[in-house]
Design a protein around this ligand. Sequence first.
Ligand code: XIL
Length: 393
Amino acid sequence: MLTRFESIRVLAVLLAGLAGLPFSTQSDSAQSGPPLSGTPLSLRQAADRVGMLIGTAVRPSLLSESAYAATLSREFNMVEPEDALKWWVIRRNRDSFDFQPADEIVHFAQVHGMKVRGHCLLWDHNHPDWLVQGHFTAQQLSQLLHEHIDRVMKHYAGQVFAWDVVNEAMDEKGKLRDSIWYNQPGIGFAGQGTTYLEQVFRWAHDADPHALLFYNEAEGEMLNRKSDAIYEMLKDFKHRGIPIDGVGLQLHLPSPELDATALAANIARLTVLGLQVHITELDVSLPISASTDSDDRVLHHDDQHNNDLHNNDLHNNDLLRQAQVYCAVVHACLQNPGCTAIQTWGFTDKYSWIGSHSHGNRGRALLFDRAYEPKPAYDAVLQGLTASRTPRK
Ligand code: XIL
């Protein structure tokens, strides 16, 4: 395993290359701005200095775990409920709203001076059975959705500063997905393209005119058919005055690879529309195998020694490539003043959706290991935030 110091040095060099900066050590940086390496700053302090939001998805049941709570409040200035604002939590029953789990997160954020992002009001996943099996008419669905947006946003008005109003409405080709809200049977605008989304943004704006309203998407972060379609839709929305303030780029990366130039170009064209960009669900997953994941390592026989060394190299290599990707994301966001938040989808490898999502094949996707020790990726993000010499606000 690399020592912390070794990984920080490697990362400082990587980052300097990415940012076109000369490599700097702590001693020579004293004359030229904030230190680049070896700094005791937390992510949060580094982000505050440059006017960035650094956030993470959070589960309320874990706030009572002291290492979880301490790491969260020390390192992040923004939180987002991972599931607690989704229909299956908040609307387990048709006639009542359960705000308690999300309220716990909002309370934690207030106590620790953190911002709260809301996620999400319209999505076609994780619905309660009563909604899916209710055989509702379009008119009933319209009323249910309108009421949901109104009640939830008003409950959190002044506490949740930005909402993913719409999540993942497009398929990989950039076509609107068939869904209960669009056309199965929809809320009254089936077959009319984005009209149902426009209605939803208008309802959201009416419910809380001060909240920032986002369209959040997966796999449209780089330049491809889907990101082109997102761009065209949002350009049209802006031209026609649909109330929308930003776009969320999820950035769940299934391997430590990234076309950072394409990401930066996509961020650039979206911000030219006058939209803010938030990186909303960043994680960079790595392959899991019994031989490379230390938690699964049970055998240390002599005849395995060489194998272990080899696997250790692979393991370290993966962690460094992962760190490099995190570093490149931070750099792509920071180089554009319109990219105002970077959020990871959880922060410790102890709790991440990737394990179940990948059926146990991938993992180790986040900034802290299972013991809450910072990984090279953590150092990369800290380096990236610290290397930005110009405060953004
Ligand atoms: C995931 C959560 O992490 C899981 O706990 C839940 O079981 C399913 O949803 N894109 C999104 C997030 O917008 O809401 C998803 O979160 C991950 C993919």
